[in-house]
Design a protein around this ligand. Structure first.
Ligand SMILES: Cc1cc2nc3c(=O)[nH]c(=O)nc-3n(C[C@H](O)[C@H](O)[C@H](O)COP(=O)(O)O)c2cc1C
Length: 194
């Protein structure tokens, strides 16, 4: 086996003059770029919704999604108790409601009524779909072993819904501190995946 050539390290901190040191408290905003979603839960006929951007895909099929739900949120107790939720994906049209939902708690108000969101019946779970979102993923907890330590729930998507009329969804991507980017151009490149 040919030896890999040692890589050249230039003697400048941070890879050159253009990069600066970034406070560790700002790191999340660089990687937190999946679409911002609305996570719904329900118990005893009452539904709640929270904004969430800390999530990650973990498996293709059955789809597994890992997500962090803080135990300070009302949604944490509902998700832990019912073991079910729906991940709803909004577009930029819903940006103001998404932020309002993320800055209020369902402990005190009905966020569906307060922010004009429509709760639609789901097929496999009690938590509702959000009518205004272009996609909704009904989920059940698949693994709760990291919940106590990190608030990290591993969810299995058991039913998925999509509005086929939304061709290139302008999803919202949180860039930290109330700043969002909106998904834009679509690039099509060769892929092994069908
Ligand atoms: C853009 C945005 C992203 C958020 N992402 C998360 C997240 O990933 N996990 C989390 O626990 N809270 C997140 N939050 C905070 C919750 O949405 C917020 O605490 C909400 O009020 C909880 O509602 P609840 O008490 O009704 O469950 C986010 C808020 C905003 C505005």
């Amino acid at each position: 086996m040919p030896q890999a050539a040692p890589f050249v390290v230039h003697d400048r901190w941070g890879g050159g003059a253009r990069k600066r040191s970034l406070p560790l408290s700002r790191v999340y905003a660089l990687l937190e770029t999946g679409p911002v979603v609305l996570l719904t839960t329900a118990r005893d006929g009452r539904a709640n919704v929270m904004t969430m951007s800390w999530h990650t895909m973990m498996e293709f099929e059955p789809p597994l999604v890992g997500c962090v739900v803080s135990d300070r949120n009302y949604s944490f107790a509902l998700l832990k108790a019912t073991k079910e939720c729906v991940i709803n994906i909004p577009t930029a049209k819903l940006a103001r409601q998404v932020v309002a939902v993320g800055n209020s708690t369902g402990r005190r108000i009905d966020k569906f009524a307060a922010f004009g969101l429509t709760a639609l019946r789901a097929a496999r779970v009690e938590a509702p779909l959000v009518g205004e979102c272009y996609a909704s993923l009904e989920c059940r907890i698949a693994d709760a072993r990291l919940v106590a330590k990190y608030g990290f729930f591993i969810l299995e998507v058991v039913k998925a819904w999509i509005d086929p009329s939304v061709k290139a969804p302008a999803t919202l991507h949180h860039a930290g501190r109330g700043t969002f980017r909106v998904a834009g151009r679509t690039l099509r490149l060769p892929s092994r995946m069908k």
